[in-house]
Design a protein around this ligand. Structure first.
Ligand SMILES: Cc1cc2nc3c(=O)[nH]c(=O)nc-3n(C[C@H](O)[C@H](O)[C@H](O)COP(=O)(O)OP(=O)(O)OC[C@H]3O[C@@H](n4cnc5c(N)ncnc54)[C@H](O)[C@@H]3O)c2cc1C
Length: 383
């Protein structure tokens, strides 16, 4: 269906699989999930095999590679350490924005250190008023001062903001709806920046935050890319972000499916393994096929993007397919495990909770369907 992994991809994926087996065994992931703690050791180990530098040229401190290696990494992480997979989506978005739009000085200051795992970044766009219609709801504003910019406002549901070193903050700088928005690189320890971790029910190993920006003074060179073009810059990264979200969702679904399958082979009722009952067997088959189809769409779109194609439709399809397949697989997994689905020492309930994120992030499935209705099926715009 698509070319098999090449030698470099195989070598890297084998190293990643071994690392995850050694550094992220189930008991450890569950313990950190219960403790709501980020796995700093796993993050460092992943940096050690170059995972955080994928998509960035080696000359800039990255590890080379592109969309294909990114989705392969995130799918694996989704299966094992979901919160780290979510971190990976943000990491790849931040390094892409910096690599594509950063000045030489900005890239020197941040890019190699992010790839090496020495620094962490957050991407701060959503506000409390709503994420889908962000162009209407965005209240965070940056105004020019004699020396640079002053930033005021707040952001909500921001991954990693209380533990990041640098924040990419998207703020209104002009009145034009989409071409009046600018991205800024804000050191997290700047005066006037406060991040507060929110109490959430999933993705426990990675903080989700409210970010307050109270008269934050920034130098002129804090602008990332071009003034008033920040939203257009973000739009330019959307395909990759959708593909990366699809990869995590497919990975979470595959993790849930594998666990359900193992359980169905072991657990007995009425003198036989529960996997012998057709009521479960057929559902496991359908869920597996769904997941393979979603992963095929994802990998295929990643290969097309790596070859330079416009994958706006394909990446949206992959995200929609993987989000749905992942949610159905986790739901089935909870059914197959019965009461054991409630066991916090087992990952099923974590998969079931964490997969929810990719039904609405980075863009809700409804909006992805709106986009596909218009751009793929040629129907009138629905919103
Ligand atoms: C754990 C977590 C991590 C996150 N990380 C980040 C991050 O790092 N950075 C960041 O900027 N944001 C982040 N977000 C925010 C995320 O991107 C938003 O939640 C998402 O964009 C949806 O916005 P909303 O929650 O405000 O939903 P709303 O926009 O209020 O939507 C609510 C519902 O209305 C539906 N809806 C709205 N408009 C339409 C329409 N036209 N047609 C059909 N249905 C519609 C939506 O599909 C959805 O079902 C995160 C959120 C969470 C929970």
């Amino acid at each position: 269906m698509f070319p098999p992994p090449n030698a470099d991809e195989t070598l890297y994926c084998d190293a990643l699989a071994k690392l995850l087996a050694d550094a992220a065994p189930v008991q450890r992931v569950q313990a950190l999930d219960k403790a709501k703690a980020f796995d700093g050791e796993l993050h460092a180990a992943l940096a050690g095999i170059g995972a955080w530098g994928i998509g960035v040229d080696e000359a800039a401190g990255g590890s080379g590679g592109g969309p294909v290696l990114q989705v392969m990494t995130l799918e694996r992480l989704g299966r094992h350490a979901t919160s780290m997979a979510v971190f990976g989506v943000i990491q790849y978005m931040a390094t892409r924005l910096l690599g594509q739009y950063g000045s030489d000085a900005q890239r020197q200051r941040y890019l190699a250190a992010l790839c090496a795992g020495e620094l962490r970044a957050s991407f701060c766009m959503t506000e409390a008023g709503g994420g889908t219609d962000i162009l209407t709801t965005m209240k965070t504003r940056a105004v020019k001062t004699g020396t640079g910019w002053r930033l005021d406002g707040s952001k909500y549901w921001i991954s990693g903001a209380s533990t990041a070193d640098v924040l990419i903050v998207v703020a209104r700088t002009g009145e034009h709806r989409s071409r009046g928005i600018t991205s800024f690189l804000v050191p997290a320890d700047s005066r006037g920046v406060t991040a507060r971790a929110l109490d959430t029910f999933a993705v426990n190993g990675y903080d989700t935050c409210e970010l307050l920006l109270d008269g934050v003074e920034l130098p002129a060179d804090a602008v990332l890319g071009t003034v008033d073009q920040g939203f257009m810059q973000v739009l330019g990264t959307l395909n990759s972000e959708r593909l990366n979200a699809a990869a995590v969702a497919a990975g979470i679904g595959r993790g849930a499916h594998r666990l359900a399958l193992d359980y169905a082979k072991e657990r007995e009722a009425f003198g036989r393994p529960i996997g012998q009952f057709q009521a479960l067997q057929h559902k496991l088959v359908h869920a597996g096929v769904d997941l393979e189809a979603a992963w095929t769409l994802t990998l295929n779109a990643a290969r097309l993007e790596e070859a330079g194609a416009d994958v706006s439709v394909e990446s949206a399809m992959a995200k929609l397919a993987a989000s749905g397949a992942g949610q159905r697989a986790a739901q089935l997994g909870m059914d197959v495990l019965g009461g054991a689905g409630f066991d916090l020492d087992l990952p099923m309930q974590r998969y079931y909770r964490d997969i929810r994120l990719y039904s609405f992030a980075p863009l809700t499935d409804n909006m992805i369907a709106n986009f596909l209705g218009e751009r793929w099926l040629g129907l009138p715009r629905s919103y």
